[in-house]
Ligand binder design. Structure first.
Ligand code: ATP
Ligand code: MG
Length: 402
């Protein structure tokens, strides 16, 4: 089984071209390399929309249709809804007990978002805690990779710290210590003494040489000691590093080059700025929106020469047009050889062309919404198997399996 990827999106509205270019396109690509888990982050949506839950309710299944429209394959990817898996909340609660408040207050997006979304009261416990809920979302599936934009790297870093702390706190139970002692007892007296010496040296001085010597001894034991198991090696390596048993796995951020798509006004495309084109926007509306886009403000008359650098349409050309079209647009603008409406036409055509297969793939699901519910149901059950298994380990490690 290949490594697992996990990512989610908040169902706060129809997905737009920015979501596609910035995230979804990448999700689709990852399907062929990894075991992908993608979830509808409805609880995360509530952190900013707790006063308007009807928005979320309206968008959960439509967002899944957008995902499938973009090319997610429910056979290959596990698609599910966060709130159907209370295990996420359980892990969040347990992690919350030992997570220092400062770790959350220091997350850069925290103060940023509060500043940006001034019209919403985000001085809530839920909003402060949402990166920890994300940590639970990731850790519960032992995800190896999390595709994120630069702005979310700090959340993956927090997740890693939380996992490390958990393993440190709960990876050493009396049972584990007894098992470790049994593994050490399988070594010869000399080897056991040698191993203990390296472990102490690494613990006290952080000597990488001592660590390497200790690891060397474990490798030797694995090949020479009869009755030695892979679990014995894992136990001794954990003991050597002082990390305890790995109960929660540290994920890695997966940074891929993504386009930050501008909106109709040149600022980042976002539904909250009212500058977005939805993935499944009606073709006539797409045409109308692009035709109304502002252009270089200094190009007032058709005969004025323009500067592409001042024009939001030029940013669209950079995403949607091939080189010859870009050259045609740039030189036509600078020489007043073409008008702005003319310049916009290839962009309109390219967007409509990009959207056509999305509309086609979405249609059967719009006709049969029941099928979307079934897909989510199947994905949720698949995810539940993994989530339950992790929670079994977590409860046992914390001494909660009475
Ligand atoms: P919106 O910003 O439209 O209100 P949202 O806030 O619910 O949507 P985000 O969390 O901003 O959603 O975005 C979800 C994902 O889509 C993130 O990975 C984000 O980087 C990506 N994304 C959103 N807008 C854009 C954009 N204009 N260009 C590139 N990527 C984007
Ligand atoms: Mg946003």
């Amino acid at each position: 089984m290949s490594a697992r990827v996990l990512s989610g999106m908040r169902p706060t509205g129809a997905l737009h071209l920015g979501h596609y270019h910035g995230a979804l396109k990448n999700w689709v690509r990852l399907q062929s390399q990894y075991e992908c888990f993608y979830f509808v982050a409805d609880w995360h949506a509530l952190t900013t929309h707790y006063e308007s839950p009807e928005v979320i309710e309206r968008n959960v299944f439509d967002m899944v249709i957008d995902w499938i429209a973009a090319g997610l394959d429910p056979e290959r990817s596990t698609i599910f809804v966060q709130s159907r898996l209370p295990e996420h909340a359980e892990l969040f609660t347990l992690l919350a007990m030992g997570t220092p408040l400062g770790w959350l207050e220091r997350v850069p997006t925290y103060k940023d978002q509060i500043e940006k979304l001034k019209d919403k009261d985000l001085a809530t416990y839920g909003f402060l805690g949402y990166p920890l809920l994300q940590a639970a979302d990731i850790l519960i599936y032992k995800a190896a990779y999390v595709p994120v934009g630069e702005d979310q790297s700090s959340h993956v870093e927090l997740t890693r710290e939380v996992a490390r702390r958990f393993n440190h706190l709960y990876g050493r139970s009396p049972a584990l210590e007894a098992q470790t002692a049994e593994a050490v007892a399988k070594l010869s007296k000399d080897d056991a003494r040698y191993f203990e010496k390296q472990r102490k040296a690494f613990g006290e001085t952080g000597s990488t040489e001592a660590l390497a010597k200790g690891e060397g001894l474990v490798r030797k034991a694995a090949s020479q000691v009869s009755g030695w198991t892979a679990a014995d090696s894992e136990l001794l390596l954990g003991h050597l590093r002082g990390s305890g048993k790995t109960i929660l796995t540290e994920p890695q951020a997966l940074h891929t080059e993504v386009t930050k798509l501008p909106g109709l006004d040149g600022a980042k495309m976002s539904k909250s700025y009212g500058n977005a084109i939805a993935m499944r926007e009606d073709p006539a509306v797409v045409q109308d929106k692009v035709r109304r886009m502002p252009t270089d403000p200094q190009r007032v008359r058709r005969t004025d020469a323009g500067d592409p650098e001042r024009c939001p349409v030029w940013q669209f050309h950079q995403v949607y047009s091939d080189k010859p079209t870009q050259e045609w647009a740039a030189s036509g603008c600078k020489s007043a050889g073409i008008g702005c409406l003319e310049c916009k036409q290839p962009v309109i055509d390219a967007i409509l062309k990009e959207q056509a297969p999305w509309r086609e793939r979405a249609q059967p699901y719009l006709n049969n919404r029941q099928r979307v519910h079934e897909i989510v149901q199947e994905g949720t059950e698949r995810a539940r198997v993994v989530a339950r298994e992790t929670m079994g380990d977590v409860r046992a490690a914390m001494g909660l399996s009475y």
